[in-house]
Design a protein around this ligand. Structure first.
Ligand SMILES: [Zn+2]
Length: 167
């Protein structure tokens, strides 16, 4: 059974491979759907469950717990860029500021193999940029400032439950 991969898992740092036939990935998509719904995430990329392929799931609407799968996504246009708070299921407890566009147009294949072009805003726009980053092996650590990286180290150790002894 596939499980959520936590940073610094190697698969999170690799560029993922394009998918030839979206129809062949039902089982992976089902696993991703199970994990993203358990975590109530906005989105999830295949490398986060250990598969280095260009697939991500994203909520159909920002506040609905219902996700669709997108294959071989390509960002076409990013508008209204600003720094906004961002977190990631693979970085438990971590929050940083990342530069993201508020409006994003992207294209991708659906599970049925149809090409779609979509423009999304705000939370979903941030999600598309975040998930496509995952497919390129880019994670929060690549967007973090030096002070955020130091804070991140602490948060990740705390999340592991162990961490260093204080005494
Ligand atoms: Zn993420």
């Amino acid at each position: 059974m596939r499980e959520l991969q936590i940073y610094p898992a190697d698969v999170l740092k690799k560029e993922a491979e394009p998918v030839e036939d979206p129809g062949e990935w039902d089982e992976l998509v089902a696993d991703m759907r199970r994990i993203v719904s358990e975590e109530e995430g906005v989105g999830l990329a295949a490398p986060q469950v250990g598969e280095s392929v260009r697939i991500f799931l994203m909520r159909d609407e920002p506040d609905k717990l219902q996700w669709s799968a997108y294959f071989n996504p390509e960002i076409i246009k990013v508008r209204e860029t600003e720094k906004i708070p961002e977190s990631c299921l693979s970085f438990p407890g971590v929050k940083i500021e990342a530069e993201r566009g508020r409006v994003v147009t992207f294209k991708a294949l659906t599970a049925a193999g149809e090409e779609v072009e979509m423009t999304v805003e705000n939370l979903l726009a941030q999600c598309v940029q975040h998930e496509v980053d995952h497919l390129d092996g880019i994670t929060l650590v690549d967007h973090a400032s030096l002070s955020e990286k130091m804070e991140m180290q602490k948060q990740l150790e705390e999340a592991k439950g162990g961490g260093k002894s204080e005494t």
